[in-house]
Ligand binder design. Structure first.
Ligand SMILES: [Zn+2]
Length: 126
């Protein structure tokens, strides 16, 4: 009987530890998804956007600083079959970086719109 009594606090302590870890992980997920949607920060490089009051140049799905916007436009031209690269770093790896970044942003947006994410955010506000 004495052993049973001693086990209960240990189980409760372990459960609290696991709950705390889950809460930290939930915060990490929410934090990661907040990154890239602030209209005052470039979604690509993270720099503050000060000279674009709207924060999102026309035709761009995310807020980009002027330099990243120009790189994005160069990427679009390349994807549409433009001839010579506009800069020496506009390689296939560079284009793949843009493709995967855009895919990642779309995946984040889909998750942000999911029931699971809504439930997660509701849970964090409790
Ligand atoms: Zn940028």
């Amino acid at each position: 009987m004495a052993e049973v009594i001693e086990l209960m606090p240990r189980k409760a302590k372990e459960r609290k530890r696991l709950e705390a870890r889950a809460a930290r992980r939930a915060q990490a997920v929410a934090g990661a998804l907040a990154c890239g949607i602030c209209p005052r920060r470039c979604a690509y490089c993270g720099m503050a956007i000060e000279d674009q009051p709207g924060g999102r140049p026309e035709g761009t799905p995310y807020s980009l600083c002027r330099d990243c916007y120009e790189e994005y436009q160069a990427f679009l031209r390349r994807e549409q079959g433009a001839g010579e690269p506009e800069a020496f770093w506009h390689t296939e790896q560079w284009a793949e970086m843009w493709r995967t970044w855009l895919a990642n942003m779309r995946a984040k947006e889909a998750f942000r719109n999911s029931r699971a994410f809504f439930k997660l955010m509701s849970h964090l506000q409790d």
